[in-house]
Design a binder for this molecule. Structure first.
Ligand code: ARG
Length: 554
């Protein structure tokens, strides 16, 4: 519809009008679209009022009902019936592919997401990365990119040397088996406590990591087992969230690939020695990037540089994104800089997609020391609360467990995604589970309500649009915006655009539902039910793009 308006405006003006100049007025009496003419005043050397008047007078188009010049704006009212017919027809025809495009031209985008550290609890930060990255992957896919989801496990580094020492001193196989992450975390904490008194433990830790790096089979076997057991626990969370990955290549995978990268750095003359360590200078505004410590150990950065090069070689991505918290911004700026210094033009396509913290009562939720919150428990609590709600309101519901899971988990995901990812978010289970307000359950409930209406309507014939009232028109306008909205969200890597859209559409639908007799007016019923059907399609697809299920009944 906007394209049509643009086309008509373009034909009737001598200056270039761009699509983003066209606004959607906040009030319906100001039209469906409007063009603020002060944007053109400079070029045309006329007052906005005059420009608006001239444009308004010159336009005649069969798709436009009415056009008005008001205070320097051209306000455009579309022919509702024709547009409504064409949009509803399009949505029915494309169904859940409505809004799919080839914007990305098939380009591969690697998404580094989730990436928890093995032997440690899955943190709230990892939850955010998982949920945001997953939604971005759906958005990119719908927009014609090929996303590759990489879970870059934190499974390597000096801490595993310490863990090996601690396990050999104090651990038992049975305990690890029973509760791997809890046990391994406790061992790790004990190691640090004891090392404060006995520094030789640190030397032992370093030596143990060295043995790992050198491929000592006994150490490797234990490490591998820690990794497998940790992954099993993470998998429970991924199953609850309904998230899957294309690759689990973590830091360890790059262990034997770093030497050749360090050689390349040397060869390209970007390495500098500093107190026995090797660093790359990355400009005045950043500290140098440490590549190899004086004791020969490699670092997080070394592995990320190696991984970036390896991913480029493997996938030849058009873009490579890293969904990781704000606090690692410096690390990713350094990564880009080092790649640039290595003369890789594609360093520009490396993008850190940062996000804020999850807060509880305004304070950071921490997994350190005693204050671990176990994510699996949080998810299960949300599911239980959702189930209790169902028991109270709709005890006879079929598939109760499944619906409770969709609602409980959906509530957490939605509350995370509805604000721009850079903001910190407040974690309040009760609030996010409410069926009113800007919540996941609100959107899901609206969808279920529309489904139940459709069931009641039964078979309907072909529809014809004879009139479109204001409630219907509001809904239609949102439905029409869906494809543009998806592309915008995909290009900006911003799921909050979809979440806000879903709320807006749900609200417009609910006010239509509350004010319009949908099933009682035979002449209008087929058209109105079709409208409901289209809302179901678009709401369900919006939720899918966020990684949330849409039950038909709630
Ligand atoms: N494992 C890291 C952490 O928990 C996150 C890894 C992010 N991805 C990356 N390529 N560095 O902090």
């Amino acid at each position: 519809m906007k394209d049509k308006v643009l086309e008509v405006l373009q034909q009737n003006t001598t200056v270039l009008i761009e699509k983003n100049m066209i606004e959607i007025p906040a009030y319906a009496h100001l039209g469906d679209y409007s063009l603020p003419c002060f944007l053109l005043a400079k070029e045309l050397r006329k007052s906005p009022n005059l420009i608006a008047q001239e444009i308004a007078e010159s336009i005649q188009d069969p798709s436009i009902e009415k056009i008005e010049a008001v205070n320097g704006y051209v306000n455009i009212f579309m022919k509702r019936n024709a547009f409504t017919t064409s949009i509803l027809t399009k949505i029915l025809q494309h169904s859940n592919n409505y809004g799919s495009s080839n914007e990305g031209g098939g380009g591969i985008v690697t998404i580094d997401l989730s990436s928890p550290n093995i032997a440690k609890p899955f943190s709230m930060g990892h939850l955010r990365s998982t949920v945001i990255g997953n939604s971005i992957s759906f958005l990119l896919e719908k927009s014609g990119f090929q996303p590759v989801k990489i879970n870059y496990l934190g499974d390597w580094g000096t801490q595993f040397g310490k863990l090996l020492v601690a396990y050999r001193l104090w651990g038992t196989e049975k305990e690890v088996q029973e509760s791997p992450i809890k046990t391994l975390l406790a061992l790790y904490i004990r190691f640090h406590k004891e090392a404060e008194r006995d520094d030789s433990l640190n030397d032992e830790g370093r030596a143990a990591f060295k043995s790992l790096e050198d491929g000592d089979s006994d150490s490797l076997a234990i490490w591998k087992w820690f990794r497998t057991e940790s992954l099993k626990e993470f998998q429970k969370i991924y199953d609850l969230l309904g998230v899957s990955f294309d690759s689990y290549q973590g830091e360890a995978y790059y262990n034997d690939k770093m030497d050749s990268i360090i050689e390349e750095l040397q060869h390209k003359d970007v390495l500098r020695e500093s107190d026995g360590a090797l660093v790359v200078d990355v400009g005045e505004d950043m500290p140098p990037c440490l590549i190899k410590k004086s004791d020969g150990a490699t670092l997080y950065a070394t592995r990320d540089i190696t991984a970036a090069l390896n991913r480029k070689e493997t996938y030849n991505f058009v873009k490579s994104i890293y969904v990781v918290g704000n606090e690692q911004s410096l690390h990713f700026a350094q990564l880009r800089s080092v790649l640039k210094k290595m003369d890789y033009a594609w360093a520009e396509t490396i993008q850190h997609v940062p996000f804020g913290l999850i807060l509880k009562d305004g304070k950071k939720l921490s997994t350190r020391k005693g204050k671990i919150i176990l994510l699996e428990e949080v998810l299960n609590e949300a599911i239980q609360l959702a189930e209790a709600n169902i028991d109270e309101k709709n005890p006879l519901l079929a598939n109760k467990t499944e619906v409770a899971k969709a609602v409980g988990v959906g509530a957490i995901i939605f509350s995370d995604l509805k604000q721009h990812r850079k903001h910190d978010i407040e974690f309040d289970l009760e609030k996010m589970l409410q069926k009113e307000g800007e919540t996941g359950p609100y959107v899901q409930y609206t969808h279920a309500r529309a489904c139940s209406l459709l069931r009641k309507a039964g078979e309907i014939g072909t529809f014809e649009v004879e009139e479109v009232n204001n409630y219907e028109w509001e809904v239609i306008k949102y439905l029409e915006q869906f494809p543009d909205m998806v592309i915008r969200a995909a290009l900006q890597l911003d799921p909050s655009i979809v979440a806000k859209y879903a709320i807006d559409l749900a609200q417009a639908f609910n006010s239509f539902y509350g004010n319009v007799q949908i099933l009682t007016k035979p002449r209008l019923m087929a058209y109105r039910v079709t409208l409901v059907h289209c809302v179901i399609i678009v709401l369900k697809e919006s939720l899918r793009l966020l990684g949330i299920k849409a039950p038909n009944e709630m």
